[in-house]
Design a protein around this ligand. Structure first.
Ligand code: ATP
Length: 409
């Protein structure tokens, strides 16, 4: 009897202990949650202050939440801003995506606002800030393709500017994957333009060079989207302004890098484009169209909502730190989207300090270790152009000849 009572008591105290432990762990969890919430609030406040100081004191600010909307259900959820069914179909069946990533889920609703007519009070230029690799490209590719398909606008309606040729190629690849019939995407082959400047040439099947028409204007009439670097665009723009009169979208990817470039004055180009489109589309008559008049394109007409405006979508992983440059872009009713990740990303950084003579050996070892089957992409940065060429030649020879021989032996 005594033994049974003892067992009962022991069991009871075990249960009490367990319940105490559970209570303690619940309290700890709640405390941790409260701490995280307070931290998130502090970060939000800091971000909002930064945006107001850098972009505009009265811009609309929208936080990207971690919501991911199923692509297949978008049109039933977002009835006012549906996406063309062709695009939905490609995203699901060709890209094999099931959900829109958070920054896409939040921003698409706004970038598709043109569907509610130009009078939608929510319309405005957009700045999308989201960490690298979280799907910013589709945030603008979907709305421009949707515009093309839904409005049947076969004119030259969109310019996409990037800081590098590499990004031009990447964006071109994404748009081409949608496989839209008759849509003509192009890059710049400046040989054919009325400009005194010289450019590097880039190879692209759809290059303007292949056009068999005589003037730049005619050449552009046959295109829908131009994807190019800011440097090339700046040179092209001043000699060919008429081409851009009917533009609907201006996308600037990695805008922080572009604004930080000393050799490109993107502000003047963007303001000039904005004014040009407004004058044309709203039938506003200006006496002067000289380049000088563009530098102060921020005049009073931007205070009032124009019937048509050049929709600008700017994207970057961080907000541009040079606030005066961003402020002088004179965005129309800007909406700023920011995305703060609430989890640590799976990055690993290693720093190896090596003797010069050991570098090549170690690099080969590292490549073999990281991608033993050669199926992973590895990005190698070098400090000079010369090293890039040398390394390219060396690795090509090593992996195509030396390694093959070693394997054979
Ligand atoms: N809805 C989606 N579902 C799954 N994967 C996606 C989705 N959208 C984009 N991705 C993939 O996420 C990766 C990153 O996308 P993307 O290049 O657009 O990011 P980013 O934010 O523009 O990056 P960066 O700042 O480097 O330009 C790509 O490999 C893309 O294929």
């Amino acid at each position: 009897m005594d033994k049974a009572k003892k067992q009962d008591n022991a069991q009871q105290s075990d249960e009490e202990k367990q319940s105490d432990e559970k209570k303690q762990s619940d309290e700890e969890k709640q405390l941790e949650k409260a701490k995280q919430l307070a931290k998130a609030k502090r970060l939000d406040k800091k971000k909002i202050n930064e945006i107001r100081k850098t972009l505009s004191s009265n811009c609309r600010i929208i936080k990207v939440e971690n919501e991911q909307i199923y692509i297949a259900s978008w049109n039933s959820i977002k009835k006012n801003t549906p996406i063309n069914s062709y695009i939905i179909d490609k995203l699901i069946n060709k890209f094999l995506y099931t959900k829109f990533l958070p920054c896409q889920s939040t921003t698409l609703e706004y970038t598709l606002l043109y569907k509610n007519g130009s009078n939608s009070i929510l319309n405005g230029d957009m700045y999308i800030e989201a960490p690298t690799g979280l799907g910013k490209t589709l945030c603008y590719v979907i709305p421009i393709l949707d515009y093309y398909l839904s409005q049947n606008d076969n004119t030259f309606f969109c310019v996409i500017l990037t800081p590098t040729e590499e990004l031009v190629k990447q964006v071109t690849k994404v748009i081409t994957m949608f496989d839209i019939k008759n849509l003509i995407i192009s890059t710049i082959k400046p040989k054919t333009y009325n400009t005194n400047m010289c450019f590097d040439e880039i190879n692209n099947e759809n290059d303007f060079y292949k056009s068999h028409v005589n003037t730049n204007e005619q050449r552009f009439e046959q295109k829908n989207i131009l994807i190019t670097t800011t440097t090339k665009f700046e040179m092209l723009f001043y000699s060919n302004q008429n081409i851009f009169k009917k533009l609907k979208y201006l996308i600037i990817d990695e805008v922080d890098s572009i604004l930080n470039m000393d050799f490109v004055n993107i502000n003047i180009v963007v303001n000039a484009l904005t004014k040009l489109v407004q004058q044309t589309e709203n039938n506003i008559k200006y006496s002067s169209t000289s380049n000088n008049s563009y530098s102060n394109a921020t005049d009073s007409n931007l205070l009032y909502k124009p019937k048509h405006f050049l929709q600008k979508i700017l994207l970057s992983a961080t907000i541009c730190k040079v606030s005066n440059k961003l402020l002088s872009l004179n965005l129309y009713r800007p909406i700023f989207f920011y995305y703060i990740l609430n989890y640590a990303r799976n990055y690993e950084f290693y720093l190896h300090v090596l003797k010069k003579s050991d570098k090549l050996c170690n690099l080969i070892h590292l490549i073999q270790k990281t991608s033993p089957n050669g199926d992973k992409n590895i990005l190698i940065f070098c400090n000079t152009e010369e090293t890039v060429h040398f390394l390219f030649r060396f690795l090509t020879v090593y992996f195509s000849h030396v390694e093959k021989k070693l394997l054979q032996n």
